[in-house]
Write a new protein. Structure first.
Length: 735
C-alpha cells in the first residue's frame, strides 16, 4: 500500500506548490475512517482510494482533486459526513466528495428507472465540476483493474456498464489511454475467449514483425535526424478491443486488418510536425486518401495530430501519427492535460477558466447528443436515460432526435423535417405499426410513413408537445384550408364564366381584384369557395355589362355541413364527350337521369369527386364508375369498347355525398368502433355498412362503406382516423 510520503512525492513531482499539509491530513483522515474495512481482494479498503489518487497523480491534477480521490468513499462507506468534510477540508473539497458520493449510488443499482435518475445526477455533477468525473473515472479504472476479486455475476454487469458509460465518457473527455484500458479490461471480462485469441495473435504478430518494426523505426528516426529534427519514431499497435470492434463492425477476419501497427512521431513543436510531414512525404510515396490534418482542424475533444500513410521501407504500408509533445499530452490525457487543473495558476482566475472549460465540455457533449453525429462513440454506448426530461429517438438511418418527454411520432416527424411532419400518415415504432399519437420512449426507432399532398389534421395541434410541430401544423392547416377553398372557388368561378358564355383567364381575374377588394387571385377564389363572394359578382367584376338570369335559390343549401368548403356543395354531373369528333358534350346528371343510362358507383370501393374516374358500360344495365386506379378495372382491360371517358362536373348548390369503402385496422377493444364512428360522423360523413374481419387477438379489420363529399373530405377523414390511438392503419379499398 502506498505510504503517506509516497503520495506527497507523486504530487510534488509535477506540482512543486502542492499543499503537503492538506494531502497528509487527507491521508490520515481516510485511513482512520476506513479503519479495518477490507476489499473483496482481502486488501485493506484504504488501499483503494490511494490507488485512485495515484491514477490521478499520473494525470497531474490539482490538490483538491487528489484529496477528493483519497476521501471519495468516506461519506458513503464510513461514519463521515459531508458537514465534517466541509469542516475539515473546506467546502470545495466537501462538494467534490459529495458529488462522488452521489455518483457512487450508480454502482449499486441495476434497474433502468433508478439508473435514469442517477445518470442525470452524473451529468449534473459534471456540470457542477468536471473534477468529480475525473475521480469517478479513476475510481472505475481501479475497480476494473481489480475486478477479478468480485463475484462473477457482478463482474459482467460492472464490465458492461464500463463499456457502455465510462469508456466512451473517458474517450469523449479526450483521455484515450483510459478509454483504451477500460475497454480492454471490460472486453476481457465480457468476452474472454475473443480477448485471449486477439491478444495471442497480437503477441505472435509482434514477434514476427519485431525486426520490421525496429527497421522502420530506425529508418524514420534517421531520416528525421538527418534533417535536424530530434524525434523518436515509435511503433504502436491497436488495442485488442479496438481490433475486435473493427472485426465485428466490418465483419472481417484478423488477417484482413491492415492497420494493426502504426508509428507515432512526437516532436517538440507544431512547426516540426509539418517539417516531419514534408520529410516523410518526400522520402516515401503516400497512400491516397489517408492524409488528415487534425492540427489545423482539431477534433471535437481537442485532439490534434497529423495522420498519414506512406509506402515505407520494404514496400510496407506505414501509418504515421505526427504530433507535438503538447498534442500528445492532450491526446492521451484530454481534459486533464489542460494546465488549468494544475495549481500553479491560482485563485479566481483558475476557477473561472476551469468552470468555463467544464462548461465547454458539457456543452459539446450535449451538442453531440443532440446532433447524433458520433456514430461509434458516446451516443451509441451511453445510456440515454441520462436526461430524464428528454426522450431520445432514432430515425431509421440512425440519426438521433432529442424531444421533450411525452413527445409523439408527429413531434418526431416535424423535428426531422417540416415536410415529413406535414405528410405523416403513419408510423412504425421499432418496426411495429403504432398510432401517430403514441408516446415515444428512449431509444425508439421511429419510421414515419409519408404521403404526398397530405396536410395534417388541425386537431393534431393540441395533441403534439413541441412548439415546432404546433406551429407547423397551424401553418399547414391554414394553408391547406386556403388551398381547398381556392380550388373549390376556381371550379365555381370557371363554371359561372362558362354559363355566362365568357372566356376566363388569370389576367381577367387579376383585373377584377380591386372591385372585389382582394389582394390576389388565390385569395379571391378562396373567398368564392368560402361563400364570401358570389361567383356571379366575379363575372360582373370582369364584365360589368353582364346581366345574369338568377336561378331560384336552392332548397338544399342548408348552411353549415361541418366540412369546410363544401357547405354549398355540388350537384354532380357526368360529362360524356360525344362519340363523334366535334360533337357537343352531353351532360348527364346522376340524379334524375330520366330514362337515360343508369349510373352507379363501383360496388367495392366507390368513387368520389377528386378521383380521376372512368365509366364501364354494362350492356342492358348501365354505367359503373370506377376510380382510374381501381384494380377492379383490370377485368375490363381487353374490352376497350366498354370504357367511357367521364369526368366530374361539380356545380355549387347542392350537398352530395359519394360512396367509398375503407378498411380500418384497429385495436380489438371495446369502444374502438365507437371512436371510429365518431370521427366519421363528426366529419359530416355517413356510414352505410360495417363489417369486421378479425385477424389477430389484438387487432381487427373494420370494413366500412361510408359516404363523403369528395377526395379531400375522405383524405381528411382517413388522417383523423389515423390520429386515433385505437387505430393502427387505415386504407381506402380499391382507391
Ligand atoms: Mn471507490
Amino acid at each position: 500500500m502506498m505510504r503517506q510520503y509516497e503520495l506527497v512525492d507523486r504530487v510534488r513531482k509535477y506540482n512543486p506548490h502542492a499543499n503537503e499539509d492538506l494531502l497528509n491530513r487527507a491521508y490520515v483522515y481516510a485511513m482512520k475512517a476506513h479503519g479495518a474495512q477490507l476489499r473483496a481482494s482481502g486488501d485493506l479498503y484504504f488501499s483503494h482510494p490511494l490507488e485512485v489518487a495515484a491514477i490521478l497523480t499520473d494525470m497531474k491534477v490539482d490538490d483538491a482533486t487528489i484529496v477528493a480521490a483519497v476521501l471519495h468513499d468516506t461519506i458513503e462507506d464510513t461514519a463521515s459526513t459531508k458537514d465534517e468534510i466541509d469542516e475539515v477540508f473546506g467546502s470545495e473539497i466537501g462538494s467534490l466528495v459529495d458529488g462522488l458520493t452521489k455518483l457512487k449510488k450508480l454502482d449499486l443499482v441495476s434497474k433502468q428507472a433508478e439508473q435514469a435518475e442517477n445518470f442525470r445526477k452524473l451529468l449534473l455533477a459534471v456540470a457542477d465540476d468536471v473534477r468529480v468525473l475525473l475521480v469517478k473515472l479513476a475510481d472505475r479504472l481501479h475497480n476494473m483493474r481489480t475486478l477479478q476479486f468480485v463475484p462473477p455475476e457482478k463482474r459482467a454487469r460492472v464490465a458492461q456498464e464500463t463499456l457502455d458509460i465510462y469508456a466512451p465518457l473517458a474517450g469523449r473527455m479526450g483521455m484515450q489511454w483510459m478509454r483504451g484500458e477500460l475497454e480492454n479490461l471490460a472486453f476481457r471480462t465480457l468476452n474472454p475467449e475473443a480477448a485471449a485469441t486477439i491478444e495471442a495473435r497480437l503477441a505472435s504478430l509482434r514477434t514476427k514483425n519485431e525486426k520490421l518494426i525496429a527497421g522502420i523505426e530506425g529508418e524514420l528516426s534517421q531520416a528525421l535526424s538527418k534533417n535536424g529534427i530530434e524525434a523518436q519514431a515509435r511503433g504502436r499497435e491497436k488495442s485488442p478491443y479496438s481490433i475486435f470492434r473493427k472485426m465485428e463492425q466490418k465483419s472481417i477476419a484478423f488477417e484482413q486488418l491492415s492497420d494493426i501497427f502504426g508509428f507515432r512521431v512526437v516532436v517538440p513543436s507544431t512547426q516540426d510536425c509539418y517539417r516531419v510531414l514534408g520529410i516523410v512525404h518526400t522520402k516515401w510515396p503516400t497512400v491516397p486518401g489517408r492524409f488528415k490534418d487534425y492540427i489545423s482542424t482539431p477534433k471535437q475533444n481537442d485532439y490534434r495530430s497529423i495522420h498519414t500513410t506512406v509506402v515505407g521501407p520494404g514496400m510496407q504500408r506505414v501509418e504515421l501519427q505526427i504530433r507535438s509533445a503538447d498534442m500528445q499530452d492532450i491526446a492521451e490525457n484530454g481534459i486533464a492535460a489542460h494546465a488549468l487543473y494544475k495549481d500553479d495558476v491560482s485563485g479566481d482566475a483558475a476557477r473561472l477558466t476551469r468552470e468555463s472549460l467544464a462548461y465547454q465540455w458539457l456543452k459539446r457533449t450535449v451538442e453531440l447528443l443532440a446532433e447524433g453525429d458520433s456514430p461509434e462513440e458516446f451516443l451509441e454506448h451511453t445510456k440515454l436515460e441520462m436526461f430524464h426530461d428528454q426522450v431520445f429517438c432514432f430515425t431509421p438511418k440512425g440519426r438521433l432526435i432529442a424531444l421533450p418527454s411525452g413527445a409523439t411520432p408527429i413531434d418526431f416527424a416535424y423535428a426531422v423535417h417540416t415536410q415529413l411532419g406535414n405528410g405523416a400518415v403513419g408510423v412504425k415504432i421499432n418496426g411495429r405499426i403504432a398510432p401517430l399519437l403514441s408516446e415515444l420512449h428512449n431509444g425508439d426507432e421511429v419510421d414515419i410513413a409519408r404521403a404526398e399532398g397530405q396536410s395534417p389534421p388541425a386537431a393534431w395541434e393540441s395533441l403534439v408537445v413541441t412548439g415546432k410541430a404546433r406551429a407547423a401544423i397551424r401553418r399547414a392547416t391554414r394553408e391547406a384550408s386556403r388551398l381547398q377553398y381556392a380550388g373549390l372557388g376556381r371550379q365555381i368561378v370557371a363554371r359561372a364564366f362558362e354559363r355566362a358564355g365568357k372566356a376566363l383567364s388569370e389576367d381577367k381575374l387579376k383585373g377584377a381584384l380591386p372591385r372585389l377588394a382582394r389582394q390576389n387571385v388565390e385569395d379571391m377564389l378562396a373567398g368564392v369557395g368560402r361563400g364570401e363572394i358570389f361567383s356571379g359578382d366575379v363575372v360582373r367584376a370582369v364584365h360589368p355589362e353582364f346581366r345574369e338570369e338568377r336561378k331560384p335559390p336552392l332548397k338544399s343549401a342548408k348552411g353549415e355541413s361541418g366540412w369546410f368548403g363544401l357547405k354549398k356543395a355540388a350537384s354532380l354531373v357526368f360529362r360524356f364527350p360525344g362519340a363523334s369528333p366535334g360533337a357537343a358534350s352531353s351532360a348527364i346528371p346522376i340524379r334524375g337521369l330520366g330514362g337515360d343510362l343508369p349510373v352507379r358507383f363501383a360496388p367495392n370501393g366507390g368513387a368520389v369527386p377528386g378521383d380521376r374516374i372512368v365509366g364501364i358500360l354494362n350492356p342492358g344495365e348501365g354505367i359503373t364508375i370506377y376510380p382510374i386506379q381501381s384494380p377492379a378495372l383490370m377485368a375490363f382491360e381487353d374490352q376497350p369498347e366498354r370504357w367511357l371517358d367521364v369526368r366530374w362536373d361539380l356545380e355549387h348548390g347542392r350537398e352530395e355525398l359519394f360512396p367509398v369503402q375503407i378498411v380500418v385496422n384497429a385495436l380489438n377493444e371495446p369502444g374502438a368502433l365507437g371512436a371510429i364512428a365518431t370521427v366519421i360522423g363528426e366529419a359530416g360523413a355517413n356510414i352505410s355498412h360495417v363489417e369486421f374481419v378479425t385477424k389477430s387477438p389484438d387487432f381487427r379489420d373494420i370494413i366500412l362503406d361510408i359516404q363523403v363529399a369528395d377526395l379531400k373530405h375522405l383524405t381528411s377523414i382517413l388522417a383523423q382516423l389515423k390520429a386515433r390511438s385505437v387505430v393502427s392503419r387505415v386504407e381506402r379499398v380499391n382507391g
